[in-house]
Design a protein around this ligand. Structure first.
Ligand SMILES: Cc1cc2nc3c(=O)[nH]c(=O)nc-3n(C[C@H](O)[C@H](O)[C@H](O)COP(=O)(O)OP(=O)(O)OC[C@H]3O[C@@H](n4cnc5c(N)ncnc54)[C@H](O)[C@@H]3O)c2cc1C
Length: 506
């Protein structure tokens, strides 16, 4: 079919030209910098940030794909790390989760080596059944480097293995860095408060934003990065929020900063009476916080718990944050997309929130065409967003539910609570067959799931049939060599603290 002149004009008129981002928190500036880079010269982007409403001011731990995000924006690692007081993160150490007296690490990077079709954990299970006592973590290079507080970018050993890493950083400094970058790339910044949002009476789309200083503002697409308030998606468009609190009982956090010096290249997640405590080492301080269930612990008791578990006194006022775990039933509705806290929140146990902003932006950029977004495109975006969020949700719930920890009412409730059927099926499948399914859109693969489920103490009752082919002696020898190799390689690396000093001291 030939495309006539009028069609071309229509397409031009309908395609996206102006984007307004409401909110200057991490989500707002990640969005602005990303869109300005990817659609340079194609989109006019404005960020509007209220001078009266502060950003949430937390969010210091990340996961490895953030490297890709920074590279895409042309952010130089050394200067970024120096500006954001950043350290390297090799994983998360869970202390007292599966069993009160034990710890394990969800280390980034592979645990062991795949043999044939099967992920490594199948062979570890087989060896364990034959008496091996080596913990699953022993087969991870990241784990060995993390426990020795070592780090390097260099490829290691005959197979040129590399440590897989993310960062701990000062979230405020990161947002400022992205803001500078975005403004340099042509993003317009308005410090102004949106007092009202008007909707088109026929389509129900956002027709305009009304600001105190700059009056009426219009765009083709509005990104709601207004935080928990969800000014556009919630207040104006009335998209419902689906609470997951019945599966994730923690609904409050207390955050402080400590003058502590720590050279650990990993996040600590320490199980407490009614939740857990994070410890995030930056170059100049340690970020600490308690995530807890208000039904099981009041704020005063929570504050005592938080302040009792540190080597040094807090150097900032404790900040109390209330939240409801869950998500908007749809994050893209009409001409508005919710990103960041306006779209939902899952507690920071696996440091996923900033990543979910990143993956939503990549999803959007790969889906946008040069015509007005169709119903199908919007539905596809929402479907993929939902799959990702539910997969992360299940992963986080598993940390609470699969536990032998029953020392308080909170943990007993977590052990016995109902869980989503998707998680129920996955746990059952793993328990009886050692199989871990994975959706292509899912963030966490079998390497992550196996570390957490085995670390929490869930040992399947059967092994994959293929493992029967490998003679036990051969298997034990292979595992011993693998363990020794990882340990040795990690020993040869420099101390993380010294590495940071040389590479990117703030
Ligand atoms: C306790 C806790 C710990 C966390 N830890 C991590 C972590 O370790 N890793 C991680 O990845 N994530 C973490 N997160 C999540 C992370 O902090 C957020 O996802 C991230 O900061 C994005 O926030 P935001 O930009 O959506 O909202 P905010 O930071 O709240 O920003 C909202 C913005 O909207 C603006 N605004 C609001 N109303 C208006 C208005 N009317 N007009 C104009 N502007 C307006 C405000 O001025 C502000 O600039 C954590 C969250 C919590 C609660």
């Amino acid at each position: 079919m030939l495309v006539g002149k009028n069609d071309a004009v229509l397409s031009m008129q309908q395609s996206m030209q102006k984007v307004i981002i409401v909110g200057g928190g991490t989500a707002g500036w990640m969005s602005a910098a990303f869109l300005a880079k990817v659609f340079a010269g194609q989109l006019a982007i404005t960020v509007i940030e209220s001078p009266d409403i502060p950003t949430i001011g937390v969010g210091e731990a990340t996961i490895p794909p953030i490297q890709l995000f920074n590279q895409l924006l042309g952010v130089d690692e050394k200067s970024f790390m120096s500006a954001c007081h950043a350290t390297f993160k090799l994983g998360i150490q869970f202390e007292g989760w599966g069993n009160r007296s034990e710890q394990y690490m969800h280390a980034f990077g592979p645990c062991g080596e795949q043999m044939g079709m099967l992920p490594f954990y199948h062979y570890w299970l087989k060896a364990r059944q034959h008496g091996s006592e080596a913990s699953f973590n022993q087969f991870s290079l990241n784990y060995h480097a993390a426990s020795q507080a070592h780090f390097s970018h260099e490829p290691l050993g005959n197979h040129q293995q590399r440590l897989i890493y993310a960062y701990h950083f000062d979230a405020g400094a990161y947002a400022r860095l992205l803001k500078d970058k975005a403004i340099t790339m042509g993003v317009t910044y308005l410090s102004d408060h949106i007092a009202q949002v008007s909707l088109d009476t026929q389509s129900g789309e956002i027709a305009a934003l009304h600001s105190r200083e700059h009056g009426k503002l219009t765009a083709d697409l509005y990104l709601d990065c207004s935080g928990q308030r969800a000014l556009l998606i919630g207040e104006a468009l009335k998209v419902p929020y689906e609470s997951w609190q019945h599966w994730l009982p923690c609904d409050r956090a207390l955050a402080v900063q400590l003058a502590e010096q720590s050279a650990l290249p990993y996040t600590r997640a320490i199980a407490q009476t009614a939740g857990w405590q994070w410890k995030i080492p930056l170059q100049h301080r340690v970020g600490a916080g308690l995530v807890y269930s208000s039904a099981h612990q009041n704020d005063d008791a929570a504050l005592k718990t938080l302040l009792a578990n540190n080597q040094t006194p807090a150097v900032s006022e404790p900040k109390l944050i209330r939240f409801t775990p869950g998500r908007r039933t749809n994050s893209w509705v009409k001409n508005c997309i919710a990103l960041g806290l306006s779209g939902g929140f899952l507690e920071p146990l696996e440091s996923t929130s900033l990543h979910m902003v990143q993956s939503a932006l990549i999803r959007l950029a790969t889906l946008l065409s040069n015509t007005k977004p169709s119903k199908n495109q919007i539905e596809q975006y929402n479907r993929l967003t939902q799959i990702e969020a539910e997969d992360v949700r299940d992963f986080i719930i598993a940390h609470y539910h699969v536990t032998a920890n029953s020392h308080s009412a909170f943990w007993q409730d977590c052990q016995t609570m109902h869980i989503p059927h998707t998680l129920q099926e996955r746990l059952e499948l793993f328990r009886v067959s050692a199989y871990l399914p994975r959706h292509t859109q899912a963030l966490f693969d079998d390497n992550a799931w196996s570390q957490v489920l085995l670390g929490q103490g869930l040992i399947p009752t059967a092994q994959n049939l293929q493992t029967d082919k490998v003679p036990n002696e051969k298997l034990q020898l292979w595992l011993t060599q693998l363990q020794q190799k990882n340990n040795h390689l990690a020993t040869t690396l420099p101390q993380h603290e010294a590495y940071i000093k040389n590479y990117c001291q703030a």
